[in-house]
Ligand binder design. Structure first.
Ligand code: NDP
Ligand code: 8X3
Length: 250
C-alpha cells in the first residue's frame, strides 16, 4: 500500500484528493490548521474506504511545526510515496497600490515558503529510497498574470519556478516533480480571497461551469498512475469556458 501526504486537506482540492487517493487504497496523511475538519475527514475516510488515515495539524508557514509534525509521524506512515503540496490561498483582489502588504506576506509565506518547508521535511525518505513523487499545486495565475492579481500571481509564479528547480535538483534522486496549474474552480478559495464576502465570491463563478475540486483531484491522481519512467512535468487545466487567466466565456 502506498502513502500520500496531502497538505490543505480540510477543504477544496485537498479534501477531494484525500477522497480520491483513499478510494484507490492509498494510506492517507492529511494536514491543515482546522483540527475539527481533519478529525471528521480522518474518520470519514477510514470508515468509507477502510484505509489507514493520519492527520497532522500545522500551519505550513511555521517551519518548526512542519519539521516536528513530519518527524513525529507514526512508523506506519513514514514512507511517503507521494507528496501533494496543495495548501495555499489568495487574499484580496486589489490594484497593486491598494493591496494589503500583510496579505502579500501571508500569500508568499504560505504558497512559496510553506511548500519549501514541507518538501524539505518529507524529502530525506524519498532520497534514501531513490523514489518519490512531489506534486505542487500551482495555478493558471502562475502562468499568466491578471489585473489585480499582483501578490497571488507573484506567489504562484515563484512556486512554478520552485517546481522547475526541484525537478532539476531532484533528478539524480529519481524523484518526479509535477506542477499542476488549475484555472477557476469552485471551492472555498474565493470566500477566503474575499474574506468572507459571499456575494463577491459567488460572482467569480457566475454564468459558466467552473472546475470542481473532484475534477482537479482526478487529474492529480492520474499523474501518479504512470509508470516509473514517465513523468508529467507540468499540466494546466481549466474548465472548457476558460482559455487562459483572463479570457473566460460567460
Ligand atoms: P480552499 O480554500 O478550499 O482550500 C485551501 C486549503 O489550504 C485548506 O485546506 C486550508 O486549510 C489550507 N491552508 C491554507 N493556508 C494554510 C496554512 N497556512 N497552513 C496550512 N494549511 C493551509 O482552496 P482550494 O482547494 O481551491 O485551493 C487549494 C490550492 O489550489 C491552493 O494552493 C490554491 O492557491 C490553488 N488553486 C486554487 C484554484 C481555485 O480556483 N480554487 C485554482 C488554482 C489553484 P486550513 O484553513 O484548515 O489550514
Ligand atoms: C486560482 C485561479 O484564476 O482565480 O488560482 O487565479 S485564479
Amino acid at each position: 500500500m502506498k502513502t500520500v501526504l496531502i497538505t490543505g486537506a480540510t477543504s477544496g482540492f485537498g479534501k477531494a484528493m484525500a477522497e480520491k487517493f483513499a478510494a484507490n487504497q492509498y494510506r492517507i496523511i492529511i494536514t491543515g490548521r482546522r483540527a475539527d475538519r481533519l478529525n471528521e475527514l480522518e474518520k470519514q475516510l477510514a470508515a468509507t474506504y477502510k484505509v489507514p488515515v493520519h492527520s497532522l495539524e500545522f500551519d505550513v508557514r511555521d517551519r518548526e511545526a512542519v519539521f516536528t509534525a513530519i518527524k513525529q509521524l507514526p512508523q506506519e506512515f513514514v514512507t511517503i510515496d507521494v507528496l501533494v503540496n496543495n495548501a495555499g490561498l489568495a487574499l484580496g483582489r486589489d490594484y497593486f497600490e491598494d493591496a494589503d502588504t500583510e496579505d502579500w506576506e501571508i500569500m508568499l509565506d504560505t504558497n512559496v515558503k510553506g511548500v519549501m518547508y514541507v518538501t524539505k521535511a518529507v524529502l530525506p525518505g524519498m532520497i534514501a529510497r531513490k523514489q518519490g513523487h512531489i506534486i505542487n499545486m500551482g495555478s493558471i495565475a502562475g502562468k499568466e498574470v491578471y489585473e489585480r492579481g499582483n501578490g497571488y500571481c507573484a506567489s504562484k509564479y515563484a512556486l512554478d519556478a520552485l517546481s522547475q528547480s526541484m525537478r532539476i535538483d531532484l533528478l539524480r534522486h529519481k524523484i518526479k516533480v509535477t506542477g499542476i496549474h488549475p484555472g477557476a474552480a469552485e471551492t472555498e478559495f474565493s470566500m477566503v480571497r474575499f474574506k468572507g464576502n459571499a456575494e463577491a465570491a459567488d460572482k467569480m463563478y457566475e454564468g459558466y461551469q467552473p472546475l470542481t475540486a473532484a475534477d482537479v483531484a482526478d487529474v492529480v491522481y492520474y499523474t501518479t498512475t504512470l509508470p516509473l519512467h514517465v513523468c508529467i512535468n507540468d499540466l494546466v487545466l481549466t474548465c472548457t469556458a476558460q482559455a487562459n487567466s483572463f479570457y473566460l466565456q460567460r
